[in-house]
Design a protein around this ligand. Structure first.
Ligand code: CA
Length: 222
């Protein structure tokens, strides 16, 4: 899952980025309205966390522009202002939810999970491929009932392959899902993460097949 975080307070932005990465989200972080507008116009995200007070373009203006371009990604706004009028303005501009600063990390994470759940099928909490099971709520994989220890990128690789349900995922699509804006997203880099995930699946009946020139797909041994 890829999140765009837009926050001009560097300290808060760094703290949130670390927090979200620890929860295995792939995070792009930008610090002003213009950069955020460019990121939203060129990249695809599963969720946006948007501060309202931003240099160069306010969060509300940014959100209005995004919705006018038919951007459907869920947006959670962060506001320093608890006034009803400010929350209403955010929701009117197209926000799906809001949090008033200061907030607890647990609350932000719960709101994120709620938005992501709404976007997927709300009843799909467990997705399985043979002995490989992903619990979307806990953001945890198990293999033969044993939790898999995965980094954020490894989790993204396996999540994209699992959600494809055995169909081929192209290298380009996988690269877009796994890497953020700051990263050196090369085919080689992707192969490294696929290799690591393969090692973690080894010894089970699930493996990652390579379809030369096409991409990767999960395979189940008979
Ligand atoms: Ca701000």
């Amino acid at each position: 899952m890829r999140i765009l975080l837009v926050e001009d307070n560097r300290e808060l932005a760094d703290w949130l980025t670390r927090l979200l990465r620890k929860s295995r989200y792939v995070v792009d972080c930008v610090h002003d309205g213009i950069d955020a507008d460019a990121a939203l116009a060129t990249q695809s995200y599963d969720l946006v966390i948007l501060d309202i007070g931003l240099p160069n373009m306010t969060g509300l203006e940014l959100l209005r522009r995004f919705r006018q371009r038919r951007g459907l990604t869920p947006v959670i706004i962060l506001t320093a202002n608890d006034a009803v009028s400010s929350r209403v303005a955010g929701l009117d501009a197209g926000a799906d939810d809001y949090l008033v600063k200061p907030f607890e990390p647990d609350e932000l994470e719960a709101r994120i999970r709620a938005q992501l759940r709404r976007r997927q099928d709300s009843r799909t909490v467990r997705v399985a491929f043979g002995p490989l099971v992903m619990a979307t709520d806990a953001r945890q994989f198990t293999l033969d009932d044993i939790p898999l220890d995965l980094t954020a990128r490894e989790y993204s690789v396996l999540e994209a392959l699992l959600l494809a349900g055995g169909r081929v995922v192209s290298k380009a699509a996988l690269t877009g899902t796994v890497f953020g804006l700051d990263d050196d997203a090369t085919d080689n880099a992707l192969e490294i993460y696929v290799h690591r995930v393969r090692k973690k699946l080894s010894g089970s009946s699930v493996s990652i097949g390579t379809l030369r020139g096409l991409g990767y797909a999960l395979r189940l041994a008979a």
